[in-house]
Design a protein around this ligand. Structure first.
Ligand code: FES
Ligand code: FES
Length: 152
C-alpha cells in the first residue's frame, strides 16, 4: 500500500511501488486525462506535475511520488491554468485532442515558473510534448496569448 497526494487529496492505493505513476492515476484513481503514448518518456502525453514540475508520469515509479504533490489535468487550477484554458478554447487548439492534456500541463508548468516566457523558452518547453496532428502552431500561439494574460 502506498499513499499519494493527488490533486489535493490523499489517496491510498494497493500497488507495487514500481508501478508507473501513469497507470496508478489512470487505473487505480480513474484520472484518465494523462494519456499513454510511448511509455518511455519521449512523447509527453502522460505529463503531470510533481511538486509543480512537469514530468512524464510513465517514467516515474509510483513509490517515488510518495510525499510529493501530484497534479493532473483534472486538478489543474490557478492563474496559469485559467489563462491557458481560455487561450486553448479561443484558439480552438486541439484536433484529435489526445496530446492536449500533456500540452496544457507542460505549458502550465512553464507559465508558473516563467510568467513571461520568450518564444525560445516556449519552444523549448513545448518541444517535450509531441502532437501527431501537428497542432504546434496553434499551441505556440495559445501559450503566447496566455503568457500575455499572465501579465498583471
Ligand atoms: S507516454 Fe509518457 S512520455 Fe510518452
Ligand atoms: S491534437 Fe491529436 S495528437 Fe495532438
Amino acid at each position: 500500500m502506498i499513499r499519494l497526494q493527488v490533486n489535493g487529496k490523499v489517496r491510498d492505493v494497493d500497488v507495487d511501488p514500481d508501478t508507473p505513476l501513469l497507470w496508478v492515476l489512470r487505473e487505480q484513481m480513474g484520472l484518465t486525462g494523462a494519456k499513454y503514448g510511448c511509455g518511455i518518456g519521449e512523447c509527453g502525453a502522460c505529463t503531470v506535475h510533481i511538486d509543480g514540475e512537469a514530468v512524464p508520469s510513465c517514467t516515474v515509479p509510483a513509490g517515488e511520488a510518495v510525499g510529493r504533490k501530484i497534479t493532473t489535468i483534472e486538478g489543474l487550477s490557478g492563474k496559469a491554468a485559467e489563462v491557458l484554458f481560455r487561450a486553448w478554447t479561443q484558439g480552438d487548439v486541439p484536433q484529435c485532442g489526445y496530446c492536449q492534456p500533456g500540452q496544457i500541463m507542460q505549458a502550465a508548468a512553464l507559465l508558473s515558473t516563467t510568467p513571461k516566457p520568450g518564444d525560445e523558452e516556449i519552444e523549448k518547453a513545448m518541444s517535450n510534448v509531441l502532437c501527431r496532428c501537428g497542432t504546434y502552431q496553434n499551441i505556440r500561439e495559445a501559450v503566447q496569448k496566455a503568457a500575455k494574460e499572465m501579465e498583471p
